[in-house]
Write a protein that binds this ligand. Structure first.
Ligand SMILES: [Zn+2]
Length: 398
């Protein structure tokens, strides 16, 4: 959470900067801009080095406790540490798992973050900007109409097709589940930022406007943020069951697919498998929601069981002749990378199982699919779960 003294300090410094660049501000402001007071607090024509120097100057004027640096980062994702761990590792945040730190996806994200210096990370952190796309998709992307996936819509076709196919394949009631995108360019949308800021931080309208203008200014003026298109803003996918969110109404059951996670796997050569595999894993969580499989208490053991089961649902669908019918060898190559992201937090409540256990679960599901396809048969979701639970002790033994 942002504290009041921090807020006041940031305002004071921004106002100082504002006064120093009034001329550029007028020149640069578009006629129909709805942005106000601090919008151009950092705006000045110049090189990236100028921007960096400005950020450093802004930051050094603030006296902040150092732990603030990672507060927002550590809140980034609650549900999916398989992605969260990558982000934490990339930002060298405390609590990042130490195992498998050299996986291809992590190297890719590190590469994407290689031009982020301490000040870029600092402003990403204090503004809370890393959280905004996730919460905006979670709370306000509530219709499938007009959804596109990927920064340029490059995953729209494959994901829409796969989602429809998953609904056909699994026998749960899935008509009401929607799939929506998470795009980082919402960080350019003043009204959306204000709305999320007021919900997440309880800010007044005026305070939320301040933060929105600061974030938009950073997006436009700091090239490292890529106007919100940097993958770190959307390095995530998750499943959420329906819930009431007054006064906004009921949030429908949904799967959220972030542009960043999709780009990451494409970037390391798995664009042919990853979108389908990640989506099938998330769909697996919806099967669990509907069959009431989620234990009432959360523990590392319970999370591990649910995640290993979601991996199995995914592998079964991907390899089944009447599912995605993918070559198992190819699926396995991807899963090797996916599972090796590195979740060795055995005592962490978000523990997903070790890479070996996750692969054992997927291998088991592939065998079940292989047997089933000989009979031209798709198991019902509850039949599949019974078989999984019977095999679970041997999966864990890996
Ligand atoms: Zn999961």
């Amino acid at each position: 959470m942002r504290i009041l003294s921090l807020y006041a300090a940031v305002i004071a410094v921004c106002l100082m900067l504002l006064q120093g660049c009034t001329k550029e501000e007028k020149l640069n402001q578009s006629p129909n801009s709805s942005q106000s007071k601090s919008t151009n607090g950092l705006r000045k024509t110049g090189t990236a080095a100028d921007v960096s120097a400005r950020l450093a100057s802004l930051r050094s004027s603030l006296s902040l406790p150092e732990h603030n640096l990672n507060t927002h980062v550590s809140n980034l994702l609650q549900q999916h540490p398989e992605y969260k761990s990558v982000v934490l590792q990339a930002l060298k945040a405390p609590g990042a798992p130490v195992c498998n730190s050299n996986t291809p996806i992590r190297q890719w994200l590190n590469e994407q973050l290689s031009d982020w210096d301490e000040n870029t990370i600092f402003f990403a952190s204090i503004t809370g900007m890393l959280d905004f796309p996730t919460y905006d998709a979670l709370l306000f992307e509530n219709s499938e109409a007009g959804q596109t996936f990927g920064i340029n819509g490059e995953y729209t076709h494959v994901l829409t097709k796969t989602f429809k196919d998953l609904k056909r394949f699994w026998d749960i009631q899935s008509a009401d589940i929607i799939m929506v995108a998470m795009h980082g360019n919402m960080l350019l949308d003043r009204d959306r930022i204000i709305r999320i800021d007021m919900i997440l931080y309880g800010d007044s309208q005026t305070d939320a406007e301040f933060w929105a203008d600061l974030i938009i200014s950073l997006m436009n003026d700091v090239p490292q943020y890529r106007k919100g298109d940097h993958p770190i803003f959307t390095f995530n996918a998750f499943a959420q069951s329906s819930f009431d969110f007054p006064p906004y109404g009921t949030i429908p059951s949904k799967i959220v697919m972030g542009d960043g996670i999709l780009d990451g796997y494409t970037g390391i050569g798995y664009g042919d498998v990853a979108p389908q595999a990640v989506l099938a894993h998330e769909f697996g969580h919806h099967i669990q929601f509907q069959l009431n499989l989620y234990p009432s208490t959360s523990s590392p053991e319970n999370t591990r069981k649910m995640e290993l089961m979601a991996d199995a649902f995914s592998a079964y669908y991907l390899s089944h002749a009447r599912g995605a019918s993918m070559q198992w060898k190819r699926v396995k190559q991807f899963l090797q990378v996916f599972f090796n992201i590195g979740d060795c937090g055995f005592t962490n409540v978000n523990h997903h199982g070790t890479p070996t256990q996750r692969m054992a679960s997927a291998e088991w599901a592939y065998q079940v699919a292989d047997n089933a396809q000989k009979q031209g048969h798709i198991l019902s979701s509850s039949e599949f779960v019974s078989l999984f639970l019977a095999a679970y002790p041997s999966i864990l033994a890996h």
